[in-house]
Design a protein around this ligand. Sequence first.
Ligand code: PEP
Ligand code: CO
Length: 467
Amino acid sequence: MQRVLRSTMFPSLTRMENTRLGWSPGSWRTKEAAQQVDYADEEHLQTVLNAIRRQPPLVTSWEIEALRKQLREAAAGRRFLLQGGDCAESFEDCQEELIKNRLKILLQMSVVLIYSLQMPVVRVGRFAGQYAKPRSKSLETRNGMSLPSYRGDNINDLEFTPEARIPDPERLMEAYRYSAIQLNFVRALADGKFADIHNADYWGLGFAQQSPHIKSYQTIIGKIREALRFAETVADDPIGGLNRVDFFTSHEALHLPYEEAFTRQVPHSDSIYNLSTHLPWIGKRTLFKGSAHIEYMRGIRNPIGIKVSAEMAPSDLVPLLRNLNPLNDPGRITMITRMGVAKIENALPGLIDAVQRAGLNALWCCDPMHGNTETASGGIKTRRFDNILAELETAMDIHTSMKSILGGVHFELTGEDVTECVGGASDVGEADLNLRYRSTVDPRLNVGQSLEMALRIAQKYQALEQV
Ligand code: PEP
Ligand code: CO
């Protein structure tokens, strides 16, 4: 008989306990599932899902356990979470340069944070599976014609034609394959010379060289290099472990039949994991009382994220945390607050207070993107650098004043020189938005704005430390 290990350090409910509580990988089907897809041919969907079930998983249970441990440290203020990537990935963007550039900007940002916050960073990409998108409107209308909204590349096509917008189950298998291709490359880069801090010069992105902040970044790299040289001279040996980094993956676990197909028992463990990603999260639109997404997430062993908006009542958050984390493990839930600069001051303190009073353990992370989306004069969706930064700084102030820990940040960003968010030192204006706007859903920070954001977080953090 196989020995089943139950970790006492990282407790979670066992399969038996979950069963007693009425959970199974498919128990979400008894609840209200918002934002789900109507496929014309249910049998076709089942055939694809069955084929996915037979495929190897995208991630492993031990990677998931490693992330859970790191998030537990972040909740305690001993590590910092940097989560970032596209709003919506597209199949078309599974390209060598785009993937490398995204890793480079995440590496650059994490070096700034490690150096300035003096703690390790856990890097979590919004990639290798961030395909399904929730939509506020189920129809999109252009020139008098209404079609089903684009719901992400794993569901339908962005092109505005009736055929393109029909949900196609084959896209789920394609999403799985693109995720695997991307992950394969990310794993190779993370483990090789690419991510070695000694090679930090290679992470420079050509178009970021004009950024007014490049000097501050280069100063940090210079200081790190000096410290390394000194330590390696004293030790008379290269310092080990610097040549590789971890990149974890995350996506919104929106498409529940797809997620269920990756929900598996692993040998030597009594827990059930979602092996499509390390960190699945529940988006704002599916985080309501009685939701199928909450029911699904309740029983899996992965660390999970929940998007907490300004509309979330403290009296709803507390039972939700208890339901999702009955053993109160600090590494289990990341509360990703996304309130908007105009609302955070009113909304966040009450939530922190309620969580503190209830004695609940979880990691606080700030997503300053999703509450700050606006429509620019030309009708394009954008976000202002200043509003993003202001929400983040306000979150840091509020947590500090309440003796709470802000243990992470969450951005929509890219390693490219896009013009989607306005502002920042390189000063993208509203008139520039049309120049290089490539996002299919929400506007992302470009490479210069992302690096600047990391430097501004570092500055603010250091200022708060000195108070
Ligand atoms: C997102 O992260 O892209 C998103 C849709 O976020 P939210 O659920 O917070 O609106
Ligand atoms: Co988004």
